[in-house]
Design a protein around this ligand. Structure first.
Ligand code: 4NP
Length: 163
């Protein structure tokens, strides 16, 4: 699909789209805007379990503590439109990545798939851990990991745009 605004379109994906991917959407949007990177950002879940819901109240509270405000509503990933509407589709963990990979239609779709951990700068983790059954420290760890990867993603886009 032609991209008339020359914005990089990024979709963050987790399981429920109520904890990690809306947090990634919120954090990355704020960091990209600070670095004057032109992006269009959204998030989705590989499940439709929480469709229409606000971000989990525990994640909203942790985000608020870190200075962010989450406003997105949960929606499922839609392969028939999302692969065409986004340039990068970034999975929070291995399960999300495998689920997305099963939906690719061709090599073009496949090349759009990434894992958030690929963009870590100073953090190291194999994935963004699901905080749903954790206490507040699980939510705060997610935010710390997402802040680091968001900065790495900004750097990746700056390098790509400079080429
Ligand atoms: P998320 O977290 O994938 O980061 O949004 C979860 C949200 C809900 C559930 C699991 C993980 N759930 O089992 O309903």
């Amino acid at each position: 699909m032609e991209n008339p605004n020359d914005k990089t379109r990024i979709l963050f994906v987790c399981l429920g789209n109520i904890c990690r991917s809306p947090a990634a959407e919120t954090i990355f949007n704020q960091i990209a805007s600070k670095h004057k990177i032109n992006v269009l950002v959204d998030s989705a879940g590989t499940s439709a379990w929480h469709e229409g819901e606000l971000t989990d109240h525990r994640m909203r509270e942790s985000l608020r503590k870190f200075g962010y405000k989450a406003t997105s509503l949960s929606r499922p990933f839609r392969p028939e439109t999302d692969f065409d509407s986004f340039d990068m589709i970034i999975a929070m963990d291995e399960f999300n990545y495998i689920d997305l990979h099963e939906m690719v239609r061709d090599e073009t779709d496949e090349k759009k798939l990434f894992k958030m951990k690929e963009f870590f700068i100073s953090q190291s983790a194999d994935f963004i851990p699901d905080p749903y059954y954790s206490g507040p420290s699980g939510f705060e760890l997610v935010i710390t990991l997402l802040e680091d990867a968001s900065l790495g993603l900004v750097n990746h886009l700056k390098e790509k745009n400079a080429k």
